[in-house]
Ligand binder design. Structure first.
Ligand code: CO
Length: 146
């Protein structure tokens, strides 16, 4: 396993619209991307940039996640955390299949097969009980990004 950049922190929210106001007005975010639906994953997402150290928009993002009707996992999280909250962390790796094999060799439970995530590159999730209590998303670094 080769750890790469912390790509984003997933934050579940009952309302992306309300969260956008929070990140803009309270946190001072200046680059908030257009929300979009990922119907096959039952969610609507919205990325908020946190600027890189040089002021460039190369930093880690916040991924706001709102359940679509029929979603069970995020909806269940919001039942326990009605105001929303930190949901998962996503790390980049150079090779998604190598990472999956490495985690499985260490006995970590991979939740489903790699699939195309919100950034258009393959992702998978790891069971939080195998990951120190953190629902962990592994994402292949977009080609040409670095
Ligand atoms: Co994510």
């Amino acid at each position: 396993m080769k750890l790469g950049r912390l790509n984003h922190i997933g934050v579940a929210t009952p309302s992306i619209a309300d969260s956008i106001v929070f990140y803009r007005d309270v946190m001072g975010a200046t680059t908030i991307h257009e929300p979009f639906a990922l119907p096959e994953q039952g969610v609507k997402v919205c990325f908020v940039d946190t600027p890189g150290a040089d002021g460039a928009l190369t930093g880690t993002q916040i991924e706001l996640v709102e359940p679509l009707p029929g979603n069970t996992s995020i909806a269940g999280f919001l039942e326990k955390n009605p105001a929303g909250g930190q949901h998962h962390m996503c790390y980049e790796v150079p090779d998604i299949h190598a990472a999956k094999a490495a985690f499985e060799a260490m006995g970590k439970r991979v939740l489903g097969e790699p699939r195309i995530g919100a950034h258009g590159t393959p992702i998978f999730f790891l069971h939080p009980k195998d990951m120190g209590g953190v629902l962990t998303e592994i994402m292949e670094t977009p080609k040409g990004d670095h």
